[in-house]
Unconditional design. Structure first.
Length: 127
């Protein structure tokens, strides 16, 4: 009776290609350390901007007005289909911004803070 392939292979003492290739080599790490990963990021502290948000950036408007007798400002993301209506409504005495899109940020005062403007620039890729 003849030997099976497994028995013949086992007698030869063959090792796998991987075992031969790694013989006499010290293990090497394939993972980067945290500092290596963050070093590249710290050079360009910018996160990639979501392409859909980048497209919406042209629909963000800074609206200034008076609310309850106080100066106020609003960053509004206008619905694309309502843009022409919004632009026309800006000339009206009273405007309900929430009817034309989403109010992203708002506060009382004359101008938005630099922090809010920077957030918008980062999130929507506004130049």
């Amino acid at each position: 009776m003849s030997e099976s392939f497994v028995d013949r292979f086992a007698k030869k003492g063959n090792t796998t290609f991987t075992a031969e290739a790694t013989k006499n080599q010290s293990p090497q790490s394939t993972q980067k350390s945290f500092s290596e990963m963050t070093q590249k990021d710290s050079l360009s502290n910018k996160k990639p901007v979501d392409p859909q948000k980048k497209m919406q950036s042209e629909l963000i408007y800074l609206v200034k007005g008076v609310d309850a007798g106080r100066n106020a400002w609003y960053y509004v993301l206008v619905d694309r289909l309502k843009l022409q209506l919004f632009l026309k409504a800006l000339n009206d005495e009273i405007i309900h911004l929430e009817n034309y899109g989403k109010i992203l940020y708002s506060a009382y005062g004359d101008d938005p803070s630099a922090e809010i403007t920077a957030k918008l620039k980062e999130e929507y890729g506004i130049e």
